[in-house]
Structures are given as C-alpha cells and as structure tokens.
Design a protein around this ligand. Structure first.
Ligand SMILES: O=P(O)(O)OC[C@H]1O[C@H](OP(=O)(O)OP(=O)(O)O)[C@H](O)[C@@H]1O
Ligand code: HPA
Ligand SMILES: [Mg+2]
Length: 179
C-alpha cells in the first residue's frame, strides 16, 4: 500500500464487482436508447473506462472537464469549466458518469449547464457518494458506493493532482494535507 494511505476503503476486487453490477443495471435501463455517456474529467477517467466496458449496449461517449478543488480537500465553491461537451445533446438520453458526488456543487453546475442543451433525459451515475458533505439538493440515480466523511484518493481521484493512479480507493492520511 502507498505510504500516504491510511487504509484501503474499496479494493480493486470490490470496485470490479460493483461496476459489473452497475453496468448490467444501466445496460438494462438504456438498451434501446443509444445513450450518451458523459464523463466529468479528470477524476472519472478510470471509472469511465471500466463502466462503459461493463455496459455492452449501443452508445456514444463524450467528456466535460471541470475543476473546483485545486489543492484543497473541500470545494472552492467555484466550478471552472476547462472543456465543454462536443456532441449535440438535444433530444438525447444523457448519463453523466462521475467519480464522486461530495458537496454537489460540481454536479449542480454541470446539470444546469446540460439542461440548457435540451437532452431527452439526464441521469447521474456516480461511483462514490458522500452524502454527509452535501451543500446542494442534487441526487444520483446510480451509486456505486456510499462512503463516510473522509477524503479519499485513488482510482482517478486526486489530492493536488497526485494519487490518481492507485488501483484502489483509499483514505488519505490527514497529515498529508494538514502539513
Ligand atoms: O461534489 P463536489 O464537492 O463538487 O465534488 C465532486 C467533484 O470534485 C472532484 O473534481 P475536482 O474539482 O477535484 O477536479 P478533478 O476531477 O480534475 O480532480 C470530483 O472529480 C468531482 O468532479
Ligand atoms: O474525497 C475526495 N477525494 C478526492 N477528490 C474529491 N472531490 C470531492 N471529494 C473528493
Ligand atoms: Mg480533484
């Protein structure tokens, strides 16, 4: 295990098993809808690639890049859009794929932006949900794991742009971000 990790919260095996289940559920719900899976970069990178391979239906993919945490462990409250969608969402069934729903500031902002584009439907699929931190009333339609109020990294999630390449989700030692 990495020296900065206090403990593994979700192992590689647990991630794979849960994503296989989520993929089956989303595939059943969207089988005839040719959905657009819209990933919110950068944190979603690993979940996105595993999730779409677990969802073997006709679909398209696209990405937005937004950032609000910078080098901190709580939201700055300001969501910077670094890359907008690049396909036409009008009349399409859109499933947002996210790594984590925490304060909800990011997804509230993203959903408001996407609704203006006139999708036929808009749903949220998040690997991790941390409801204890919520500041907005956004709710996910598909949740991989509900997690406690801890700052987690790995499997795409970062602290100050590091740890994204860990294959598991781990709790970061508080001394790493309080020093
Ligand atoms: O619910 P919230 O409190 O808004 O937090 C969730 C968002 O925070 C992280 O993004 P971040 O701004 O760190 O950008 P990144 O994906 O590039 O790491 C994460 O990937 C989510 O998009
Ligand atoms: O717990 C977290 N870890 C990493 N990035 C995050 N963005 C929101 N919450 C988190
Ligand atoms: Mg981040």
């Amino acid at each position: 295990m990495h020296q900065d990790i206090e403990r593994v919260l979700i192992s590689e095996q647990e991630l794979a098993a849960r994503i296989a289940e989520l993929g089956k559920q989303v595939a059943a719900d969207y089988a005839d809808k040719d959905p657009i899976f819209l990933g919110i970069l950068k944190g979603v990178v690993m979940f996105f690639s595993d999730m779409i391979r677990a969802t073997p239906i006709q679909c398209q993919i696209d990405f937005m890049a937004v950032s609000s945490y910078g080098g901190g462990t709580s939201t700055s409250g300001k969501v910077r859009m670094l890359k907008d969608v690049s396909v036409d969402l009008r009349g399409r069934h859109v499933v947002i794929l996210e790594d984590i729903l925490d304060s909800g500031v990011t997804l509230s902002h993203v959903c408001a932006h996407l609704r203006e584009m006139g999708p036929a439907s808009l749903k949220i699929c998040t690997l991790l949900d941390k409801p204890s931190r919520r500041q907005t009333d956004v709710k996910a339609d598909y949740v991989g794991f509900t997690i406690p109020n801890e700052f987690v990294v790995g499997y795409g999630l970062d602290y100050d742009e590091h740890y994204r390449n860990l294959p598991y989700v781990g709790i970061l030692k508080p001394e790493v971000y309080t020093k």
